[in-house]
Design a protein around this ligand. Sequence first.
Ligand SMILES: Nc1ncnc2c1ncn2[C@@H]1O[C@H](COP(=O)(O)OP(=O)(O)OP(=O)(O)O)[C@@H](O)[C@H]1O
Length: 251
Amino acid sequence: MVAIDKLPDRGAPVVVVDDLHVKYRVYATGRAAKDRSGLLAKTRGIREVHALKGVSFVAYENESIGVIGSNGSGKSTLMRALTGLTPPASGAVYARSRPNLLGVGAALLPNLSGARNIILGGLALGYTRSEVKELEPGIVDFAELGESIDLPMRTYSSGMQARLKFSIAAARQHDILIIDEALAVGDRRFRKRSEARIREIAETAGTIFLVSHSMGSIRDTCQRTIWLNKGTLMMDGPTDEVIEAYEATRK
Ligand SMILES: Nc1ncnc2c1ncn2[C@@H]1O[C@H](COP(=O)(O)OP(=O)(O)OP(=O)(O)O)[C@@H](O)[C@H]1O
């Protein structure tokens, strides 16, 4: 069901997803079950997971798009496909510029201080060295980590780590920014501030995808929402309508 024409005025198209299919090939070890002849049962071997099954949509300038769906519905797969990290089995993703995934986590090192990780995370997101230096005080302020900024990151709580990651990624304007569940672990006050920052990025010509299980965050941040179910696009339209339909199926 597509209710896209009910959305307000559109800017230029920024991302086009065209009949996107993604498949994972996994080696299943299977259970050590033997059949009656004493041979291993055929639960082992390469198995294919068809994670996205023909997803299509267009994202425009200035949009914050919520991405919802139950566990395993394909949300993270779709986001990784947008960044080019996961190749399509068929179909295509066209983007005006390379989308940045707010998941600098992989690049951050637990034994380095928050301050050193700001440099590392900034570089991983493609900021220049001088940009990182310039942005650093703002990042430290936004993360509100106080003196902990000089302690190793392994001493941070998961909420503190999430704040640092968000602050690094949101310090700069992005053309296309993908935020996958990063807000879920922060406290309420930080969540509100991050949501405000997301709206700001979207207003100044960015396009944001926010993947979340928190309908509150999606409602407060996104005018448009995409609902994925078992790898297919169930609905794409105004957030209130999509969340209402999604919640109706979960009662
Ligand atoms: N690296 C991988 N290798 C094999 N299968 C994978 C891989 N990543 C995801 N999958 C499978 O693809 C499907 C979609 O997973 P995905 O992580 O995209 O869902 P999701 O909607 O983001 O879930 P969640 O809400 O739990 O984060 C699932 O069946 C999952 O098991």
